[in-house]
Design a protein around this ligand. Structure first.
Ligand SMILES: Cc1cc2nc3c(=O)[nH]c(=O)nc-3n(C[C@H](O)[C@H](O)[C@H](O)COP(=O)(O)OP(=O)(O)OC[C@H]3O[C@@H](n4cnc5c(N)ncnc54)[C@H](O)[C@@H]3O)c2cc1C
Length: 403
């Protein structure tokens, strides 16, 4: 008997919806299962987080036709200014010097999530929401999925199930895939500020003794703040008054943008590194945050997740062209093998940045300051950092001859 669907995608967030949309013209029968209603997702404070998208990510979204309808809500990053509070090192990256239009773009998560959900609603992709996956059982030709929709229970089958259900993935747990977790004991504080001086499309990344502070340029001369503090400091900053919070933020950032004023509520996101020990198992594969939840210091989470989407969509499209079974182990293994190196590289890079820049021990501080100062004078090293920031690390040789 034919399964109910070719592909069931669990999680209608950034990764899940991008994957479903990337495959919408393949002829596959696809459904997205999302635990929350659209209204709940749009009201969620998590939607306030600003995402820095690498230029490479935006090119991919453009290629999928998913950027055109939302690009007016994004702000281009033309410069990146990296500095170390209380120390001398700093470096600047410029789109103009790298010979590119922008080093990246900043967009509020809610804006891009809402846009993608709208695209899903206009397509033939089915949306099962609100519904949660509560059980999985793989057979030889299909995977059986038990869902809870309020009080109602539902059983569906598909050739392949993709878990794109975020850092706390139920699919990962139901597949019994083990995970490594590093609790950084840090919390990201997220808000928006308006500055007295124009940001001129500059993203600031300032490293402080207790963690990094990023100000990302957004519309109307506002900047999205992602401020990482220890859990204890973050709790005190959340419990204290807005005036105390702003005072601390201004002291930490300085006056490069003049006086800052808060224009949005403060939100807190506890931070940990979660990495699944494998990406696939019997007719199921996990992608995005379900496989790797990163510290936001280097802004790599969705950038990495979108590369999962692109690779998986390519493997599944190839299977469709070959009239093959999209849930066959060979395709899933091929996908997992292709993604491993990128995961290792980005997770290693992010974890190193967290450790080096959270440490105020004098020798480490001196080393990183020398590093930042040297970087500011070495075009090749700067190109590498810019390449990482733009998600173009794999294409660096092509940039090598640009100033
Ligand atoms: C403060 C902060 C700043 C960040 N900054 C950046 C940045 O600058 N650049 C960047 O690239 N990344 C950034 N990230 C990371 C980025 O937000 C994530 O990588 C991205 O949202 C992950 O997308 P996802 O679709 O994999 O998971 P999610 O966004 O978590 O989506 C998962 C979806 O699955 C649904 N779901 C969960 N459980 C179930 C279930 N059992 N059944 C059905 N549905 C379910 C959820 O409701 C949700 O809609 C940041 C993250 C944080 C916290």
């Amino acid at each position: 008997m034919r399964p109910d669907y070719d592909l069931l995608v669990v999680g209608g967030g950034l990764a899940g919806n991008c994957l479903a949309l990337a495959l919408k013209d393949t002829g596959l029968k696809i459904a997205v299962i999302e635990a929350n209603t659209r209204a709940q997702l749009e009201a969620s404070p998590a939607g306030d987080r600003a995402l820095a998208l690498a230029a490479g990510t935006v090119s991919v979204l453009e290629g999928l036709g998913l950027w055109q309808g939302v690009s007016d809500k994004a702000t281009a990053i033309k410069q990146i200014h990296i500095s170390d509070r209380g120390h001398f090192g700093k470096t600047r990256l410029s789109a103009q010097k790298q010979g590119v239009e922008a080093l990246g773009y900043v967009i509020t998560a809610r804006d891009i999530e809402t846009h993608l959900a709208g695209q899903v609603a206009q397509s033939a992709i089915e949306l099962l929401s609100p519904a949660r996956v509560v059980g999985l059982m793989a057979g030889e030709n299909e995977i059986n999925v038990s869902l809870k929709r309020g009080e109602e229970s539902l059983n569906l089958s598909a050739k392949l199930l993709v878990g794109a259900d975020g850092g706390n993935s139920s699919v990962r747990k139901l597949l019994d895939i083990k995970q490594q977790v590093i609790d950084y004991r840090q919390t990201a504080l997220v808000t928006t500020v308006k500055s007295a001086l124009p940001h001129n499309n500059t993203a600031f990344e300032r490293f402080t003794a207790s963690g990094p502070l990023a100000l990302l340029p957004i519309a109307k001369n506002r900047s999205a703040v992602v401020w990482t503090r220890t859990d204890e400091e973050a709790e005190a900053l959340m419990l204290g008054s807005e005036a105390d919070f702003l005072g601390d933020l201004q002291r930490c950032f300085g006056y490069k943008l003049g006086e800052l004023a808060l224009t949005a509520p403060r939100r807190a996101f506890p931070l940990s590194l979660i990495r699944a020990e494998s990406m696939c198992r019997d007719r199921a594969v996990i992608i995005g945050n379900a496989v790797h939840q990163l510290h936001p210091v280097a802004g790599q989470g969705f950038n990495l997740g979108l590369r999962d989407v692109v690779q998986l969509a390519a493997v599944l499209t190839q299977a469709v062209h070959e009239h093959a079974d999209i849930g066959a182990a060979d395709f899933l293994k091929q996908y997992a093998a292709a993604r491993l190196k990128d995961h290792d590289r980005v997770i290693g890079f992010t974890d190193t940045v967290v450790k080096i820049f959270s440490n105020d021990w004098l020798a480490v501080a001196a080393a990183r300051n020398i590093g930042l100062t040297v970087l500011d004078h070495l075009p090749a090293a700067k190109r590498m950092l810019a390449g990482q920031a733009m998600g173009l690390a794999d294409y660096l040789p092509k940039l090598a001859n640009k100033g």
